[in-house]
Write a protein of this length. Structure first.
Length: 94
């Protein structure tokens, strides 16, 4: 990873409301709490730290399909996604 940056955006809850956990990131477009999704964490590697940070946060909101589309447009962008499926956690890397 010489001359590269890595940024990670992940879910954690800030407060409980009506027995539901809420993250510090809300998908404003659909007014959806991202903790309802299975995607727990997005890590992005790129030479530009600003790009890595922006794509990590955006990717956590929009999901893997849109991250793949972004990867096609941005040179040298790689990602690591962590998902939760029931009580198991699995990782996808590209």
């Amino acid at each position: 990873m010489k001359n590269s940056s890595i940024a990670t955006s992940g879910t954690y809850f800030n407060y409980l409301l009506d027995k539901n956990k809420f993250s510090h990131i809300i998908n404003k477009k659909i007014n959806k709490n991202i903790l309802k999704d299975r995607l727990l964490s997005v890590s992005i590697v790129n030479k530009n730290c600003f790009v890595a940070d922006s794509v990590a946060t955006y990717g956590l909101i929009v999901g893997e399909k849109k991250i793949k589309n972004i990867k096609k447009k941005i040179k040298n962008l790689n990602y690591l996604l962590i998902y939760k499926n029931k009580n198991k956690i699995f990782i996808k890397k590209k």
